[in-house]
Write a protein that binds this ligand. Structure first.
Ligand code: MN
Ligand code: MN
Length: 468
């Protein structure tokens, strides 16, 4: 009798069932080491890039060191040339010119570099009961209670009427003070504790403490406020009027840290979506002479709906491709219509603590690779670009041919909530697009978690797209 038992049902299952995905176990030690090394560069990027302005500045530094120069419209570029367009210091486009230029479309990776935070109001400063405070207006989808009673830094710019723009970056360094929004002590929180969460924390209560010592004078009011302004005037040359033309953002001071005894995760502020922006940037940097022109876009305003001239509802990407096409004698709209795009954005990683909010068969898991989201949206696929089966197939093939760890993921259980990405705005340009990014735990919290393997696989995916 043959000792090798055959099990036809088992064989049929292996043939027909969804194949078990290769996991961490299949990765070589060398690959894991490469992922860890990649993340060291990312940590520096993320620690600096708290706001979109920070991210643009840091990215241009990397790009220029790697041979990218500012794009000149009407100039004819050669394959392998590297250019960038800085859109108002808040969004950035980088292109590596391909052998075929844009004639057969371009390959796009688009990530956003804005993250949820708390902005100052145009007229922020006031004094109350011996304290100086700033009024704020939060930016993007925050859970307000997460931002109380923690150290905050202030990043941004102040545009003065003499035409100068002052950079402000205050509170990151432990050698200088930080700012802080207070929380109510539990002893006096009984009324608040009985309210539903949505009503317990009000936007108008997110006031940040910025001073407590009066200016050295007598018999005058608002001396704490005066003292704060006097310090700001000495440090930055600004007056209270200058807040009227400023963009100042409160951001966490946390440095990016490894998480877990094994250090397999990274915790940090703004992984959404810098954990896709950095890999997309590095994929552009590492692409030498592609077939089709490779464009990385680091965009702004995703967290507030992509409106505005630095968001993806703006025409700047369209105009850039038109400019590239014109220099090559190609119709811009033809180049756009043949293009393909990875909308590089995060998805929610399955959280065992909140398992009931997910549907496990269609969720992404931290550490199991990049997540493809065929669609996002809410309430019956409302407000989303639903990637075509054909384009899903093309990207799936690309990932498998390149041995990239990947998974599919929906954003949580059907009818529970939802969200969107920039994919729909790119799709509206008549481009094939699908979301591909990194699964995130505690998304939009001031300290989000991602897996080192996943961000590295995101880099490899964007790189693979650019080679195609
Ligand atoms: Mn995002
Ligand atoms: Mn987000």
């Amino acid at each position: 009798m043959d000792m090798k038992e055959t099990n036809p049902v088992k064989e049929l299952k292996e043939k027909l069932f969804i194949s078990s995905k290769p996991g961490f176990q299949e990765l070589t030690a060398e690959e894991v080491a490469k992922a860890d090394e990649f993340c060291e560069g990312y940590k520096q990027f993320l620690d600096y890039s708290r706001t979109e302005r920070d991210a643009v500045k840091y990215s241009i530094e990397i790009a220029e060191a790697e041979g990218f120069t500012e794009f000149v419209p009407d100039k004819v570029y050669q394959p392998g040339d590297r250019v960038y367009v800085n859109n108002r210091n808040k969004a950035l486009m980088l292109a590596v010119i391909g052998k075929k230029g844009v004639s057969e479309g371009v390959n796009l990776s688009i990530a956003h570099i804005d993250s949820p935070r708390i902005d100052l109001k145009p007229n922020p400063l006031y004094e109350a009961n011996g304290l100086a405070l700033f009024k704020t207006h939060y930016y993007g989808g925050i859970r307000k209670y997460q931002w109380l009673a923690m150290p905050l830094a202030l990043h941004g710019v102040v545009a003065k009427t003499d035409g100068t723009v002052v950079d402000i970056r205050f509170g990151d360094d432990e050698s200088e003070p930080c700012l802080c929004i207070t929380d109510l002590l539990p002893h006096l929180a009984q009324e608040q504790a009985e309210k539903p969460l949505r009503k317990a924390f009000n936007g108008e209560d997110l006031n940040v403490i910025v001073g407590s010592r009066p200016y050295d004078a007598e018999d005058e009011g608002e001396l704490v406020k005066l003292n704060v302004l006097s310090i700001l005037n000495k440090k930055y040359g600004i007056t209270e009027n200058d807040f009227l033309s400023a963009e100042l953002c409160l951001v966490p001071t946390y440095k990016t840290r490894d998480v877990g005894f094994d250090g397999g995760l990274m915790g940090g502020y703004g992984h959404d979506d810098k954990c896709c922006a950095y890999p997309a940037l590095m994929a552009a940097v590492d692409t030498k002479i592609p077939e089709r022109t490779a464009i990385t876009v680091l965009c702004d305003k995703e967290e507030t709906g992509s409106d505005g001239n630095t968001g993806m509802q703006s025409d700047y990407l369209r105009y850039f491709i038109y400019d590239l096409a014109k220099a090559e004698g190609v119709d811009g709209w033809r180049a756009i219509s043949k293009s393909r795009c990875l909308s590089a954005d995060v998805n929610a990683a399955f959280d065992p603590t909140y398992a009931s909010c997910f549907e496990a068969k269609n969720s992404s898991f931290a550490g199991e690779g990049v997540v493809i989201s065929k669609y996002t949206g809410h309430g019956g696929k409302g407000g989303t670009s639903d990637a075509s089966a054909e384009f899903m197939g093309e990207i799936r093939t690309m990932l498998e041919e390149n041995n990239i760890l990947w998974q599919v993921g929906e954003l949580g259980r059907v009818d529970l909530g939802g969200g969107g990405t920039i994919a729909k705005y790119v799709a509206n340009m008549n481009v094939d697009v699908v979301d591909l990014g990194v699964p995130v735990l505690s998304m939009h919290a001031p300290f989000e978690l991602i897996s080192k393997i996943d961000i590295y696989m995101a880099y490899r995916a964007f790189y693979a797209l650019f080679q195609g």
